[in-house]
Design a protein around this ligand. Structure first.
Ligand SMILES: C[C@H](O)[C@H](O)[C@@H](O)C(=O)CO
Ligand SMILES: [Mn+2]
Length: 418
């Protein structure tokens, strides 16, 4: 480690210690947090099962930066590159369309064996895996409905796919010794104002009930449900709204997934954590960055991200919140997108750990809002960067923007040859 990194760290430690913050302890806690890095940033949500299918479901990827992964091998190589530039041991989040198989298999026929190579790779790399059924980009979702489809045959197809997905999740959890979170998101909704808002929700509820009648050991797989406010083509009405899944999840002991891009523009998912934590044991996050709509931009260190990090740490939710990422930007190097978004998410958590929370809470309790505001503001310029640099060096990953050189090299030697 460069001596400057160490001495800057020692200086920073002293400053934080003055306010009772144990920086070494903070770094130990940070190292235990796993971020679930989404595989779909690597290939613009195409997957490998149906290469010719257009992306549907009201989500969209823009940009045509060269080098997108075309095969499972390429995707794993890109993920490895990104993970080598991110401190800590993490998880990879797969979608069903990323099955690694030469068999011609439809979504409702998927089995653990179709993901065996992913599991072998995860074992080799010391990674956990999370999972998602892919309820979009398929002929059976072409009119915008899946689990709430009025046609019982189509509904059954998606029910079977979700059951198959939970079994794959359980296989991941058992094989890797780390619980897999399987998150169900469906795009179902109407472009224009519907007459009957209730019937699709009843059908969605019945489909979920059927999916969850299959018993799965929660040690291996936890189920999560992701709501949405609107999508492209479902602007007026989304069946799986926040209220719908809050109700369903709390009554049926399922995790609620809060995606930062799935609420009204001024609503913050950070602000929802304290309330939800009082009623639900565990929560799933999709950390994303909406710009004006659910645009899935790469996560930057903005107010929302810092608030997410702070709320997780302040409310002692580190062991109860599963942190997944969800963005897909094809206008920049895709490996860099992962590195930027994941490093930022870890940095936001670090900043949460480096806050004098007890002191601030005490000031607040005493009604001393002057001290609260003064300290919160002063802490924004405390030397967290020195701690971050030390953390990266200690865990053997590039310090500051050094990682960019590596990504540029990889782009030249690997991505541009695709
Ligand atoms: C590809 C993901 O499953 C998808 O982004 C989903 O999580 C979502 O957020 C849809 O808007
Ligand atoms: Mn999401």
């Amino acid at each position: 480690m460069h001596p400057d990194i160490e001495s800057n760290y020692e200086q920073a430690k002293k400053l934080y210690k003055k306010h009772g913050i144990d920086v070494d302890q903070a770094l130990n806690k940070l190292e235990d947090i796993k971020i679930s890095m989404h595989c779909w940033q690597g290939d613009d949500v195409k997957g490998f099962l149906f290469r010719d299918q257009a992306l549907t479901g009201g989500i969209s990827v823009t940009g045509n930066y060269p080098g997108a992964a075309r095969t499972p091998e390429e995707l794993r190589s890109d993920l490895e590159k990104a993970l080598s530039l991110i401190p800590g041991k993490h998880k990879v989040n797969l979608h069903a369309i990323y099955a690694d198989t030469t068999e011609k298999v439809d979504l409702n026929e998927l089995e653990p064996k179709h993901f065996q190579k992913w599991v072998e790779w995860a074992k080799e790399q010391g990674l956990g895996l999370d999972f998602n059924p892919t309820c979009f980009s398929h002929d059976n979702s072409k009119d915008g409905f899946t689990l709430s489809h009025p046609d019982p045959e189509i509904r059954q197809f998606w029910i079977d796919h979700c059951i198959a997905s939970r079994k794959i999740g359980a296989y991941f959890g058992e094989e890797l010794g780390q619980t897999c979170v399987t998150n169900i998101w469906v795009p179902d909704g109407y472009k224009d104002i519907p007459v009957d808002q209730l019937a699709p929700r009843k059908r969605l509820k019945e489909s979920l009930d059927e999916i969850f009648t299959v018993e799965i050991n929660p040690k291996h797989n936890l189920d999560a449900l992701e709501s949405k406010l609107f999508g492209l083509g479902s602007e007026a009405y989304v069946v799986g709204s926040h209220e719908f899944y809050m109700g369903y999840g709390l009554l049926n002991n399922k995790l609620i997934c809060l995606d930062a891009g799935h609420f009204h523009p001024t609503e913050s998912i950070a602000g929802k954590l304290s309330s939800l934590s009082l009623f639900s044991e565990e929560i799933l996050l999709h950390v994303s960055r909406p710009i004006r709509w659910d645009s899935d931009h790469v996560v930057i260190m903005d107010d929302e991200l810092m608030a997410i990090g702070r709320e997780i740490v302040r409310n002692d939710l580190v062991d109860r919140v599963h942190i997944g990422l969800d963005f897909f930007d094809a206008s920049i190097n895709r490996v860099a997108a992962w590195v930027i978004g994941t490093r930022n998410t870890i940095k936001a958590l670090l900043r949460g750990f480096l806050e004098p929370t007890e002191l601030l809470k005490q000031a607040e309790l005493e009604g001393d809002y002057t001290t609260r505001l003064a300290l919160m503001e002063e802490f924004k310029s405390y030397p967290f960067g020195a701690v971050w640099d030390y953390y990266c060096a200690k865990l053997g990953v590039p310090v500051r923007e050094e990682w960019l050189e590596e990504v540029k090299g990889y782009e030249k030697e690997v991505l541009l040859l695709r």
